[in-house]
Structures are given as C-alpha cells and as structure tokens.
Write a protein that binds this ligand. Structure first.
Ligand code: SF4
Length: 247
C-alpha cells in the first residue's frame, strides 16, 4: 500500500543500473559483485498469479529497469494478469518509456531527477546525457499517466538553489517529492553516517514549489540520521517572563 499508494502491490526489483549515485543504498542491485541469485521470471509470474484478488498492482523498480530490453515483454505478461503497473526509473531511456506509455502499459511512473543539468554527472556518479533526462521529464509530464518526480537530497551534493532549479525542470507536474538520504550503507563509503539534509531549506523549497507543482512532498525516512535540534538557552529575563506568562 506504500509503493503504489492505495493499492496492494508487489514490488519486483531488477538488477543492474547505468548510474552509480554515491548515496545509493542498493549496492546489491547496482554493483554486479554484490548481486544475489536471480528469481526466474516464471517463479515471479506464478507468485503474481497465485495472489489472485489480494493483489492489485506491481511496482517495477531497480536498479534501473529500462536497461533491460526484455522489460516491455515482461510488463505485457504482468498486464495480462489484470494488474496495474508502476514503473520507477532514472529517466535515462525515454525511448523505452515512450514505447511503454504509448502501449498503455503504465499506470504510474516515478522518475528520479538527480540534479540540475550542470552537475548531473557528479550526483549520478556517471556521465549522463541530460537531454535524455529532459526528454523523459517532458514525455512523462505530457502524458495522462499519474506520475511523480523525486530527488534524494544529500548534504554537500545539493543546495537550495539547485533544488529550485530541479523544481523548474519539473514545473507543471503532478507531484514532486524530496526524500531523505539514508547513510547506513551508501555506495560511496565516505557518505556513511552523514546526517540527512536539513529540514529548514526543504521548508523554504516548499514555498517555492507550491506555485509550480500540484503536490509537493517532503518524504522523511525513519532510518535517516537527523542532527538534533539544539534549543537556545533562554535568557534569565525571558525565563522570568515565561514563568510570569508574559510574552
Ligand atoms: S540510486 Fe542511482 S545507482 Fe542507485 S539504483 Fe537509483 S539510479 Fe541506480
């Protein structure tokens, strides 16, 4: 009910990714050396079939699902079971996205927008053709398919100014979410243990975004490391005022 809001959904994780975001917490889906055994497609289909009416949707995520040329055929098979499909993508394959959208195979698309174009490579950990990213954003925004863009915000990798630039890139979309970075096991070890992006600039961003998108979301993660908010010691005068109920 979380991954496809309001629908009982199964999640299928596909191994492999063409990016290496330093903050990524899914090494087992990104680094071939960490890959575990693959569940055969037939076993997945059997599982989905056996769920019957208890299952309404399937979320396909990764890694990056669109690097697999077999993805459209896999989605068609799931579609035949009468299930809704949500695709999570990094937006690097607009051609496949269009094919899936035009065939009416998607009901919900969530796309990561990592950074403004100028520093995409730094945040994605790989050289990225940002025209492809812009093309995907455009295609998704102009589809009639429910969608969400999102950015994992990392201290030292994003600034409020850059988040506003991303906000301009997704202007007019259904929903834009900024989500906490979790530093328990990032791809790049130097980021381990780092605190989450501070909340105040995200609240400032909220005011900027509310005029640009239908819905702006600050998505907290339970495992994100927070910097404790230090309360300013009240001055003796203000303590007296507080006790007296003044001010
Ligand atoms: S966070 Fe980056 S590296 Fe990790 S799966 Fe997503 S696109 Fe790939």
């Amino acid at each position: 009910m979380i991954d496809f809001p309001g629908k009982a959904a199964a999640v299928v994780y596909l191994q492999g990714c063409n990016f290496r975001c330093p903050y990524c917490k899914s090494a087992e889906l990104v680094e071939p050396a960490c890959f575990g055994p693959v569940i055969p497609e037939e076993v997945v289909m059997e599982f989905l079939r056996n769920k019957g009416n208890n299952l309404e949707a399937v979320v396909i995520t990764g890694g990056e699902p669109t690097i697999h040329k077999e993805l459209p055929a896999f989605i068609r098979r799931i579609r035949h079971l009468g299930l809704l499909i949500k695709l999570e993508t990094n937006g690097s394959n607009p051609e496949m996205l269009r094919e899936l959208m035009q065939e009416g195979l998607l009901d919900f698309i969530a796309m990561d927008v990592k950074a403004p174009s100028a520093n995409y490579a730094q945040v994605a950990g790989r050289r990225v053709d940002t025209e492809l990213i812009r093309d995907s954003i455009w295609a998704i925004k102009n589809s009639n398919i429910r969608h969400e863009f999102r950015t994992t915000v990392v201290p030292g990798m994003h600034t409020l100014r850059e988040l506003r630039e991303i906000g301009d890139m997704v202007h007019g979309c259904d929903a834009y979410a900024v989500q906490d970075f979790v530093s328990s096991a990032p791809l790049r070890r130097e980021l381990a243990g780092l605190a989450a992006f501070p909340r105040k600039p995200l609240e400032d961003l909220s005011r900027y975004m509310e005029r640009r998108v239908e819905k702006f979301i600050i998505r907290a993660h339970d495992e994100a490391k927070r910097i404790p908010i230090r309360r300013r010691r009240a001055s003796p005068a203000s303590r007296i005022e507080a006790r007296a109920g003044i001010g």
